[in-house]
Ligand binder design. Sequence first.
Ligand SMILES: CC(C)(COP(=O)(O)OP(=O)(O)OC[C@H]1O[C@@H](n2cnc3c(N)ncnc32)[C@H](O)[C@@H]1OP(=O)(O)O)[C@@H](O)C(=O)NCCC(=O)NCCS
Length: 178
Amino acid sequence: MHFITGGRTTPRDEMANNVLPAWLHYYKRFEGYGLWAAIEKSTGAFLGWFDFRPQQGCPPGEVELGYRLRKSAWGKGYGTEGSRALIPDGFTEHGVQRVVAEAMVVNVASRRVMEKAGLRLVRVFHEPWPYHIEGEEHGDVEYALTRTEWEQQEADRPPGKTSGSGSVSPPTEQGRRE
Ligand SMILES: CC(C)(COP(=O)(O)OP(=O)(O)OC[C@H]1O[C@@H](n2cnc3c(N)ncnc32)[C@H](O)[C@@H]1OP(=O)(O)O)[C@@H](O)C(=O)NCCC(=O)NCCS
């Protein structure tokens, strides 16, 4: 990956003993939230994953949106498509009040996905990463979309144009894998 972990591979033991149990635990703690596999409908290929879940200590009704796609899937619109599928589902089905997303300042693709999904820039901040990542000196950005802003965007949307449809499986129970 270009930015996340700076290219460091997560050891298998860490995935098995820490990461996966934590991810699976989300489903027990938060009904309707967690991680979703992105599966290409036409081929069944695994493209990557999205997460949409409350972060520890966040205000009630706030969820974080995140994504990691395989390199072969970059630049094909999947990041935008998956985000645009999860956000309306959160607002309409799960009582979400605010969606937040974070990226490195230099991660133009991730920031553009946030913008195309309707989020707006809230702040730039600096927090140390556990390892060196190219561009970290520029800091990180937080984007957000409130329920009120989302409702306004929906009201402004031209008739017949939906915010979340396309070639990636929607965020249903069937789409969830991890
Ligand atoms: C970030 C990521 C999810 C983006 O998903 P994607 O499916 O490649 O993005 P999309 O195809 O939906 O493109 C969204 C926009 O970003 C732009 N974009 C995509 N890659 C870009 C790049 N490398 N540089 C500049 N813009 C880029 C696209 O042109 C598009 O904007 P446009 O419609 O105005 O042209 C994906 O690249 C990825 O998983 N990267 C590695 C992990 C990562 O960085 N995750 C995010 C951590 S916060």
